[in-house]
Design a protein around this ligand. Structure first.
Ligand code: HEC
Ligand code: HEC
Ligand code: HEC
Length: 284
């Protein structure tokens, strides 16, 4: 009797959890996270993006096998089928948690058919492999690229005591201060805020070189600098409407372009890497 109660209680719990998830399914995104053992195949734990390069090999090898089985060229077919098998099985060696996602029967079929020149069977084996590629990619491709390859800004510092985040907030304040002063005809404030913004932009440019290894500073580029010069002139002689337009152009060139690449990717990375906060989950 006790066991029956216990099992019933368990079932009730499962139904309850399922019901809660179902009721909230329009407000919660459920993602599968890749196993942590994947980290060793990416920077910074590894010098190269080993996992990604194994994937590029697989795509090339699938193509070569398809090509040579179509041409009925057994010699080259065998060479590429061997490589494909090796790199496909390497998936399970690199991330043991994913071993059970591999279709080993398809690999065995591929190798024996390649050896014996049974081209139709080679093609069938490739189709089965392609399904296994697709099924893992559907769950894990995008999230893996985001977590392990989106550039990380969390430890960047602008100065000894200014975090990247604080610098961003200051830049936004300066942009808005220019706009407010321009609208209200306060030329001096507009000019001094623009001067501060220019300084902040130059300072930000130094951090790009941490990752963008170029001989000269890539940010701010000539376009941005010209726009700042135009805005300086406009703040003296232009109408508030003109000033607003030039400022808008500056914000696109100096802020929005980079946000489109870096902020978007970095925000997603943070969203997906952060540990779930149970309090937040329960509140939802
Ligand atoms: C067990 C999981 C898994 C299996 C099986 C798998 N992959 Fe992948 N693959 C991934 C993950 C994770 C990524 C994302 C890596 C990244 O972007 O850094 C990826 C990315 C790729 C990419 C790069 C995509 C792009 O355009 O950037 C290619 C190409 C690729 N895989 C090919 C293959 C092929 C071909 C197979 C089957 C023969 C295969 N993969 C099987 C997990 C898998
Ligand atoms: C933490 C390293 C890092 C920092 C710091 C960094 N970037 Fe990048 N950036 C990258 C990487 C890596 C790419 C390649 C694309 C990708 O993987 O997102 C890239 C791509 C870009 C791109 C899009 C592609 C291109 O080359 O045109 C722009 C624009 C860009 N960065 C601007 C900047 C600017 C401006 C700064 C400084 C204010 C900066 N980045 C600072 C790592 C960084
Ligand atoms: C590297 C390219 C890059 C450039 C250029 C850039 N930003 Fe950002 N910005 C980022 C990234 C990355 C974040 C996310 C930082 C974070 O969440 O810690 C961010 C976040 C912000 C935020 C939000 C800060 C917060 O507290 O969450 C504001 C506001 C902002 N940027 C304003 C600006 C303005 C204004 C400019 C132009 C004058 C600018 N940014 C130029 C990359 C850039």
């Amino acid at each position: 009797m006790r066991w029956l109660h216990f099992i019933l209680l368990q079932c009730l719990l499962i139904v309850l959890v399922a019901a809660v998830v179902y009721i909230h399914n329009d407000r919660v995104v459920v993602l599968k996270k890749p196993p942590v053992s994947l980290a060793q195949w990416y920077k910074p734990e590894n010098k190269r993006q080993v996992w990604l390069h194994n994937m590029f090999k697989l795509r090339r090898e699938m193509q070569a096998v398809r090509f040579y089985s179509g041409n009925e060229n057994t010699e080259h077919l065998q060479k590429w089928a061997t490589r494909l098998s090796e790199h496909y099985l390497k998936i399970g060696e690199m991330v043991p948690e994913w071993s059970d996602k591999l279709n080993r029967d398809a690999i065995t079929l591929l190798q024996s058919s390649a050896k014996n020149g049974r081209y139709q069977n080679v093609s069938d084996a490739l189709d089965k492999l392609a399904e296994s590629c697709k099924s893992c990619h559907a769950d894990y491709r995008a999230i893996t690229a985001t977590i392990y390859r989106a550039p990380d800004f969390s430890s960047l510092e602008i100065g000894p005591s200014i975090s990247f985040d604080t610098h961003m907030q200051n830049l936004a304040k300066q942009v808005n201060q220019v706009k407010i002063a321009s609208e209200d005809g306060k030329k001096n404030v507009a000019h001094s805020s623009l001067a501060a913004l220019k300084q902040g932009i130059d300072k930000l440019g130094e951090t790009c070189l941490d990752c963008h290894k170029k001989d000269k500073q890539v940010y701010p580029d000539e376009k941005i600098n010209n726009t700042i010069t135009n805005l300086e002139k406009s703040l003296t002689t232009g109408t508030p409407k003109e000033q607003g337009e030039v400022l808008g152009t500056l914000a696109v060139l100096a802020c929005a372009r980079c946000h489109g690449t870096h902020r978007l990717a970095y925000d997603s990375r943070k969203l997906m890497s952060d540990k779930p906060n149970w309090l937040e989950l329960i509140k939802h």
